[in-house]
Structure formats: C-alpha cells, structure tokens
Design a protein around this ligand. Structure first.
Ligand code: AGP
Length: 602
C-alpha cells in the first residue's frame, strides 16, 4: 500500500516528510517523492527504489519559514515503478499525492485529453491534479475546484493536494484509503497512519470516508456531503512499534484482519457491473490458448491448485498445476497452446523464476500473478497482474493467498467470458458472489475469541489432518501449511476421500482432524468421510454452516450458495486457528524459525 505524509507550518519540512515516510516503509513501496511550496516557490523531488535515494537527491535542500508540504511512498498498482510514475504528480502549478485506486480514471483522462491536457504518466493519480487545474479555471476559489474534483472521483482515495494558487493551503480528501490529520499548536500534519507523526502531533482526527477539507495557517476546515463538520480530536498513541501493527499483536494478525478491505482493492476497477476487466490483458490475450499450466511454491501453489478446479469447471480448459522445484527438473512436456501462469507473492522465488524461464524458452505465453511490481518474475513474464495486497510482513502468507485466489477466480471468469463457456447469467451470479467476498473475510470478535479459547485443546497430540474436497482440498493444504509454519506441530492437508486409502490408520483420539465441511459443495460426501474418522475416535474440529453432531469442536460458518464464499470464510478460520495455537506455544508468529519471507535460492 502507498504511504502519505503532509505538513503545514514553520518547521523544517524535508525532515518531517522524509522521517514520516521512513515510518511508512513497512507498508512496502518501490518509489517515493516530496513536494514543498514556500515563499511562493514550488519544489519537488522524486526517486525510485528506497528512501535513501530520495534522501540523496534532497541532501542539499532545506526548507525555511512557513510552508506547505506533501510526501508519498508508492506501491505500484497502475504503471511501472518509475520516477515518472512516482508521486507527487505534477500539473502546471499544483502537486498531488494519492493512495488508493481511481476506478473511473480512464474516462476522466479521456475527457481531459480532449480538453488538450497532456498526460506524462501511466498512473490513475495524474488525473486528479489535471482535473483540479481544469476546474480552477472556472471556479471562484481553489477549494471549490478541489471540491468539484473529488466529486468526480470514483474508487478509493486518500489525497493531499497543494497548489501555487493557494500557497498556504493543503487540500485533503479521504474515501476508502486511510488518512489522519494531526494537530500541534499551529502545525498541521497528515499521514496514512499514526507512526509518521508520533512525537510531533499531540492530537489526531482519523478521517472518515467522504470527509475532505483544507488546512491553512489560519484554520483547518472539515466537510462531508452534509456540509461543515467538527474534528473529533483524540490523543495520539505514543508506541510506534505497536502503531506499525495498527495495534495488532503481530503483522500476521493485522494482515488477516485487513484481508476484508484488501480484497476490495484487488477487485477495484476490475470487477465491473457485468464483466471482469483486466487492463493488463490485451483483448486477444487468450486467443490460441487451450490449456493452462500454473507453477508456484508453497502457499502460492495452493492458490494455483484451487484455481485449477475453477478453470476446468468454468472455462473447460485443461489446467495442470506444478510445484516449481519439481517442474524444473522433470523435463516437462510443454505445448504452445498452453498459457504458463506463475504465482508468487514476492516475485523472487528462485524455483518459480526458473520454471518461468524454462517455459519462455519453450515458447509459451506467460502470465504472472504477483504482489510486487518490477520483481524478477513480473519483469520476466509477458504479462503480469498485481494482486494489490500491499506488503506482507508476516512470513506465513495470508492476504497474499486471499488476493491470489481472488485474481485467479476473476481470471477464470474473464477467460470463460472470452471463450464463451460462461453465460452472461452465470457471470452475473459469479460477480454478485464476488462482491460479497469482503464480508466473508471479515473477522468478528466472537469468532476470534472462540478460536482463542479452542486453541488450548490443540497444543499436543500426534498431529493434524486438514481435510476437504474439491477446492477445499487446496484450502486444507493451506490450512495445514499455516499451522506447520508457525506452530511447528505436524499437520497434513488431505483430500477427504483419500483418508480410507491409508491415512485413517493414524486415527485415534490424539489425532486432530480439522474438517472443512462446506454446505454448498459435496456436503454429504465430506460428512461421511468425517464420520469414518469419528468412528475411530479421532478428535474432530468441524468447520461448517451445518451443525455436526459428531464434532468434538464445531465452528459455525455462514450458509452461502457459492463455494468461494465458504472458501474464504473457512480460510480466515484456519489462519486464526494457526495463529492462536502458535501464540499459546510462545512462538514468533511473524518470524517463524527456519523460514524466510522469500526463498530466493533453490
Ligand atoms: C507461505 O506461508 C510460505 N511462507 C511459503 O510457502 C511461500 O508461499 C512460498 O515460499 C512461495 O513464496 P512466493 O509466493 O513469494 O513465491
């Protein structure tokens, strides 16, 4: 996710901005920039890569006296991570920084180009500054121009805009992406989260969606659709480390909770009213493709496996899934009608990268689904779709898995629409279900408390089986991996129907079985598999919308007619169960032993 900082006042601005951006580094970024207006002088600096590059560029600059200033770290969603695409984006006499996605930017951009405006970047953000300057020619005040601008924006945004038209004013607006206003005497601060202003501001107002306004050295004004509003100021937290985790105990816990919001960003601008649109894919992208091969490792392999059911069932194309470390040495048979898909959170996994190079060498078209733009796998692929999960700090992947699975679901739908294997009615039903995903990913206090209580009973035993059928089998694999990674207890994911082919020999009261029992898919089948295990005294934890009499523990989920919604809800439960068991065992949840976030060696 991008990071935003802003400051208005007499203090030295460069230091405030750069130190503030430093505090937002944990959110991940690939470029950064600042802009300052003081004594009617506009200055801006931008750099790709780490903040140290921006510091190098600004080392001879120091601000003096009253001024207004904004800063930004960019996590690329539209347009490559280049200096040009870095924020602030620049008009003729204004600068803007933005976190989020403007869904209707292409329409607005086309209208402005028709007005003779020239665009220099590939980003959605640049539309904002040109729209503001376009309106400022027809409005009586810059603030009116700002109001008109944000009134035309659709999507998620946290915006700071400064202009030579109002050299003492910072304009701000928030909708869908986080931003706060900090106060200390006459100084006014802005940031994406608390940490950049801890130790500077004393009070804070967390902007709500739809709030906007302006700050000058005379006043700070807040508005929403109903008109003027009062700030609700509260004391700013003082613990930076806790603030980076937004108050959660671990980054992994924070990342599980933010899945519900993040998945909306993954869908934004792509899941439209009646279709799915990836601007990364040319219209004829799927022409000549009659098979798909997906290659990945670990959690990314699990999202690939889940997707293979969707591609074959909905798109009627053969879809094979390979573990990259196996693929690269098996002398695979590859045909030119196969789309080679690599999935990777980091985009740097050595085995996956090597597999991609092999496929390209064999002349296959390649697509990567990745969380880090400009990573090796993204650069190596013919085409890349970003998951927009934002940086994932926890070594055990959570939101990356959720967003990968969502992108693959969307890809199956768009490919099915292209190949006409999905009717418009089915597509509409799928999109309706997709739009309910944020709700399925929501963590309630009640659920988390139940998993915390329940986890105490799963600290010993001689192992776990996670079992499921169809797309819930890859979810069972993922649940088992999550538990292994952070609890160090042995766990296996297994197709539920396979238990009687050997594994059931392990069944006894000390064997824990986590049974994924969706109501919308093969319920009776999975129920009888679990009954076989229960008959052999296995300890059963059933996760299901339907109460299951034989369960020793039961976690009730919501009834849904769509398996993917059950998939996402059960995914959250397995993630939280692993986390709570790990906490009870006193493990390092975010940095489990022996593991690295990105395995860049084979
Ligand atoms: C996920 O919880 C694991 N840390 C690991 O399996 C990871 O998914 C695997 O190393 C692949 O990484 P990638 O997605 O960055 O390629």
């Amino acid at each position: 996710m991008c990071g935003i900082v802003g400051y208005l006042g007499e203090k030295e601005k460069k230091a405030i901005l750069l130190e503030g951006l430093q505090e937002l580094e944990y959110r991940g970024y690939d470029s950064a920039g600042i802009a300052i207006i003081e004594h009617h002088q506009l200055k801006h600096y931008k750099a790709i890569g780490k903040l140290s590059n921006l510091k190098e560029k600004t080392k001879h600059f120091t601000s003096t006296g009253f001024g207004i200033s904004i800063g930004h770290t960019r996590w690329a969603t539209h347009g490559k991570p280049t200096e040009l695409n870095a924020h602030p984006h620049i008009g003729a006499y204004s600068y803007v920084v933005h976190n989020g996605i403007i869904e209707n930017y292409q329409l607005l951009k086309a209208q402005l180009i028709q007005e003779g405006i020239t665009f220099v970047t590939q980003t959605d953000t640049e539309v904002i500054v040109h729209l503001f300057e376009h309106h400022s020619k027809q409005t009586s005040t810059p603030f009116e121009a700002f109001e008109k601008t944000i009134g035309q924006l659709e999507g998620a945004y946290a915006i700071l805009l400064i202009s030579e038209l109002a050299p003492d004013t910072i304009f701000f607006a928030k909708n869908g992406s986080p931003m706060l206003v900090g106060f200390e005497g006459d100084d006014v601060y802005f940031a994406s989260s608390d940490t950049p202003i801890i130790g500077r501001a004393k009070e804070v107002h967390y902007l709500a969606d739809g709030e906007y306004g302006y700050a000058t050295n005379q006043a700070v004004a807040l508005f929403d659709a109903t008109g003027t509003k009062a700030f609700t100021k509260q004391p700013l937290p003082t613990d930076k480390a806790l603030a980076q985790k937004d108050g959660y105990r671990f980054f992994m816990e924070k990342e599980i909770y933010e899945q519900s919001h993040i998945i909306s960003e993954t869908m934004m601008g792509r899941v439209l009213e009646e279709t799915i649109h990836f601007e990364e894919l040319e219209e004829n992208f799927f022409d000549g493709i009659s098979a798909i091969k997906i290659c990945a490792c670990g959690t990314s392999y699990h999202s690939a496996l889940a997707a293979s059911y969707l591609f074959e069932r909905m798109v009627k194309v053969r879809c094979s899934v390979e573990i990259a470390s196996e693929f690269r040495y098996k002398e695979p048979l590859l045909t030119h009608d196969t789309l080679f898909v690599t999935i990777s959170q980091s985009g740097e996994t050595a085995d996956t990268l090597k597999a991609l190079k092999m496929a390209k060498q064999a002349g296959l078209k390649s697509l990567s689904i990745c969380n880090v733009d400009n990573s090796s796998i993204v650069r190596e692929s013919d085409c890349a779709i970003l998951t927009r999960a934002g940086i994932e700090k926890g070594v055990a992947s959570t939101k990356a898995f959720a967003t990968q699975t969502m992108v693959l679901w969307m890809l199956a739908l768009t490919m099915g629409e292209h190949k006409q294997t999905i009717t418009p009615t089915t597509l509409a039903q799928e999109i309706t279900a997709m739009r309910q995903t944020p709700k399925s990913l929501q963590v309630t206090d009640r659920l988390h408390a139940k998993l915390n209580r329940l986890s105490k009973r799963y600290l010993h035993g001689h192992g776990f089986f996670f079992i499921g059928r169809d797309i819930f089998y890859p979810l069972a694999l993922e649940g088992a991996l999550k538990l292994k990674e952070i609890s160090y207890l042995h766990a296996e994911g297994y197709p539920a129907g396979e238990m009687k082919h050997g594994p059931i020999a392990l069944a006894d009261s000390r064997l824990f079985t986590i049974a994924l029992m969706p109501k919308s898919m093969h319920y009776e089948k999975i129920k009888s598999n679990v009954e076989e295990l229960s008959a052999r005294d296995t300890t059963i934890c059933a996760i299901s919308p339907e109460p299951f009499e034989l369960a020793d523990d039961f976690i009730q989920t919501h009834f849904s007619t769509h398996p993917m919604l059950e998939f996402f809800e059960m995914m959250v439960i397995t993630q939280l169960l692993a986390l709570e068991i790990s906490v009870r065992l006193g493990n390092d949840v975010d940095m489990p032993r022996n593991l690295a976030k990105s395995v860049t060696v084979e």
